[in-house]
Design a protein around this ligand. Structure first.
Ligand SMILES: *Cc1c(COP(=O)(O)O)cnc(C)c1O
Length: 355
């Protein structure tokens, strides 16, 4: 498919001070879009100036929530080159999410081509300061104007990109997390393993209440017993208990994170024991109390590794790893970031230089 390019007539001002970049507020000059209709497939792939969408007020996404998205980054290497990290895996996951929401799949090669052309066209926007990157947000929505619950017949797929700084205000300092034993994020058989808007809408109230109590993140427990740890808002969770590195299994209620997968591969290669198993919050607390809980950290594209310094459960606070970033967290962060920014060798073939 040939992508038609219409250039922006007037370019926006790019942020001058990269150290002040936040997350998710600034977007570049262009965006990619294409349309889908049942019977026709995907048509009209185009790069156009970044601008508001025109959709019908009856567009089905606005009423019944058919939407799936992805989040990945382009990195500016030391050599000034521009790199992607496991980008194909994001589109594979997008298609899995889409299937769960009765939405059409995109062709991976078409999506990759679109992504690369867009990033390279707006390449000046890929920031240079350490820790910054160009965040990439592919999104698919149901646009058919129709009231009545069924899968839509028309969709829009688009990609927007924008420069971002460090995800957490605290930087790499350990965060405080609140174990949520009231609200749930996702139940087995639901949408928990799809990257779709409903999961985030479901999480907002718990996150707001936790924030008021001074916590950065909510740690979700399983929806049935409120017993087993699942994941935090936008990150998978790992716990290092004794010499075992533990993360929740991909049973359907958690998002199959690409960073999670990278961490499992690396930690196994380093000869450590990795278990994808159910882990009860009682075991986490007991091991925090008797000193066997060495580290806890979240994993996700935005933050890469986010160490946890404190866990609050049922009104009590438990300190993890002395409230400091653990050795494994630090090593994983260094290795993954080193691969992403082309500062270290990439034995896994995860990095792709695109320009
Ligand atoms: C995106 C996301 C993650 C992390 O996935 P990565 O591919 O590692 O970025 C984890 N949990 C949830 C709920 C997410 O939305």
């Amino acid at each position: 498919m040939k992508i038609k390019v219409s250039l922006a007539k007037k370019l926006k001002k790019r942020p001058k001070d990269e150290s002040k970049l936040g997350f998710g507020d600034i977007f570049t000059d262009h965006m990619f879009a294409m349309d889908y209709a049942v019977g026709k497939g995907w048509t009209n792939p185009r790069i156009v100036p970044y601008r508001p969408l025109r959709i019908d007020p009856a567009a089905m996404v606005l009423h019944y929530g058919q939407e799936v998205f992805e989040g990945l980054k382009a990195y500016r290497g030391k050599d000034s080159g521009i790199y992607l990290f496991r980008a194909r895996d994001n589109f594979v996951r997008l298609n899995r999410s889409a299937a769960r929401l009765c939405m059409p799949e995109v062709e991976i090669e078409v999506a990759m081509d679109a992504l690369k052309k867009l990033v390279l066209l707006d390449k000046k926007w890929v920031p240079r300061t350490q820790g910054t990157s160009l965040y990439i947000r592919p999104n698919m929505i149901a646009v058919e104007p129709h009231l009545g619950v069924r899968p839509a017949k028309t969709y829009l797929f688009y990609i927007i990109v924008g420069p971002v700084g460090a995800y957490y205000k605290e930087g790499l300092n350990p965060v405080r997390i609140y174990v949520e034993d009231n609200y749930v994020r996702a139940a087995l058989g639901g949408l928990g393993n799809a990257k779709t808007l409903a999961n985030y809408a479901a999480s907002l109230l718990a996150a707001e209440e936790a924030k008021q109590k001074g916590f950065t993140q909510v740690l979700w427990l399983d929806a049935v017993q409120r017993k087993f740890v699942e994941e935090v808002g936008t990150m998978n969770m790992f716990f290092v208990i004794g010499d075992e590195v533990i993360t929740a299994p991909l049973g359907g209620t958690i998002l199959p994170g690409i960073t999670r997968d990278s961490v499992i591969r690396m930690v196994k290669d380093w000869g450590m024991k990795v278990s994808e198993r159910f882990l009860s919050i009682e075991e986490v607390i007991a091991s925090a109390q008797d000193g066997r809980l060495k580290e806890a950290f979240g994993t996700g594209t935005a933050a890469v590794i986010s160490p946890v310094g404190q866990i609050a459960y049922k009104g009590r606070d438990y300190v993890v790893a002395g409230g400091k970033m653990g050795d494994l967290s630090q090593k994983l962060y260094n290795e993954i970031v080193g691969i992403q920014y082309a500062e270290k060798p990439d034995p896994y073939g995860w990095r792709e230089k695109i320009g």
